[in-house]
Design a binder for this molecule. Structure first.
Ligand SMILES: [Zn+2]
Length: 196
């Protein structure tokens, strides 16, 4: 298990914005984080500059896939041009907390359920045969879990953070991302879960 985790951390793309393609790096959310490094800031200042807080309060391409008072999810879009890997969503807390360690029991429950439901929705809406869920939290101190598809036939050399580098992986433009976001949103709405 330790070996697998270490290998995953060493991979170049998802969650690491020094990746070769930048495709799965969520640059919209990551960029602000690195600029904050080395600064001493109050929590309020950090929240004011947090790209995830700002995004949740603004607009995102395709709209939120899911949102309630505790959690939020959307499909990641490659703003730097070039096609976007389809089937990469991010599950986030509403509250500006850095990691799972700071979650309330209610938030932890909501995040876990959201990841499970997103995983099921991605499989159903994209044809993925496996869905990953990665958390790092190194650059932006606002809990966000990378949830993304692995498509049938993906060679093992392209597993984990490199799924987008497989030349045959499905990619698209803004319209494709928005359309998939809509399908995911509808799937989640139609499979609503009631938790006591
Ligand atoms: Zn935040």
């Amino acid at each position: 298990m330790r070996r697998i985790w270490r290998k995953a951390l060493a991979q170049p793309t998802i969650g690491n914005h020094r990746g070769a393609t930048g495709q799965l790096c969520a640059k919209d959310a990551m960029r602000g984080g690195s600029e904050q490094e080395g600064k001493r800031e109050t929590m309020q200042d950090t929240m004011a500059e947090c790209p995830i807080c700002a995004k949740q309060q603004g607009e995102v391409l395709g709209g939120p896939i899911y949102q309630d008072e505790l959690v939020y999810a959307h499909h990641v879009y490659n703003r730097d041009g070039g096609p976007t890997f389809l089937g990469y969503v991010r599950a986030e807390t509403r509250r500006h907390v850095p990691s799972f360690a700071e979650l309330t029991p209610e938030e932890a429950q909501a995040v876990g359920l959201l990841i499970a439901r997103l995983s099921k929705a991605i499989k159903a809406c994209t044809g993925a045969d496996h869905v990953y869920a990665f958390f790092y939290g190194d650059h932006v101190p606002h809990l966000h879990v990378h949830v993304f598809a692995r498509y049938p036939g993906t060679p093992e050399e392209f597993w984990r953070e490199r799924v987008d580098e497989w030349p045959r992986s499905p990619k698209g433009g803004a319209e494709d991302v928005a359309a998939l976001a809509q399908r995911l949103r509808e799937y989640l709405a139609e499979s609503a879960v009631v938790v006591d």
